[in-house]
Design a binder for this molecule. Structure first.
Ligand code: ADE
Length: 226
């Protein structure tokens, strides 16, 4: 999969995408991420990419010309399955959306700043708008990093033990069960007996029961859906 990201601050995207599982995905050639500094398409030699909003009011708006030039230049060589704008008024990201996007070949992400981007870019170029939660970040970069991570880690071949992503919280609308490692007893606190039993069927049953219990207690809304 290839992901292109347009941003006024591409440096913000570097660290989260250059370590751990994202690094592995990129090293294995399963995920290609290209960041593009929007100022490359600025409207003047001062690097201007934003302007005051019509109608008055505090805060700058990202101008259409630099964004459209960037989108069109990148689209000339790559056919994007989705042009995604990260914005707090978008559809809220969940595992289902990450799963769907992980099946695509090429994604273009646009990070907003200030008051956001000119509405005409949203109307004419953006195909999907995604929020990572009901709070406002100072820019779309961290949201884009979250989205790339959520997509990248489930690409086939990225995780060593391929089944492990299948047992993540939310993958089946259930939260993940508790997990334990050595020692089997620590400060007198024991690991549940069944996990030491060596009986995979019993372990699976226990994990499923625990997932259900945890979901009922913490996120009953997940059980109400569809
Ligand atoms: N940009 C600013 N806040 C955001 C959010 N919550 N989700 C996605 N993009 C954003």
């Amino acid at each position: 999969m290839r992901i292109d990201i347009i941003s006024v601050l591409p440096e913000l995207l570097e660290s989260p995408l250059e370590h751990s599982i994202m690094k592995r995905a990129r090293d294995k050639g399963l995920l290609e991420v290209h960041t593009h500094a929007l100022r490359k398409w600025a409207v003047n030699k001062y690097g201007q990419v934003d302007d005051y909003q019509f109608g008055g009011g505090a805060g700058m708006v990202m101008m259409p010309e630099p964004l459209v030039s960037a989108i069109e230049e990148l689209s000339a060589t790559v056919t994007y399955d989705e042009v995604i704008y990260l914005t707090p008024d978008g559809q809220q990201l969940n595992q289902g959306i990450a799963n769907q996007l992980s099946l695509k070949k090429n994604l273009l992400m646009i990070c907003g700043h200030y008051k956001g981007i000119d509405e005409r870019v949203r109307e004419h170029f953006v195909t999907k708008e995604i929020s990572i939660g009901d709070y406002v970040l100072s820019g779309g970069e961290l949201a884009a990093a979250v989205l790339v991570d959520a997509i990248g880690r489930i690409l086939p071949g990225v995780l060593n033990d391929e089944t492990s992503a299948l047992f993540d919280s939310f993958q089946d609308d259930l939260l993940a069960p508790p997990v334990y490692t050595r020692p089997a007893e620590y400060r007198g606190w024991k690991v549940p007996e069944v996990l030491l039993s060596g009986d995979p069927k019993k372990v699976d049953e226990w994990r499923h029961d625990q997932s259900l219990k945890r979901t009922k207690e913490r996120r009953p809304d997940l059980l109400d859906e569809d």
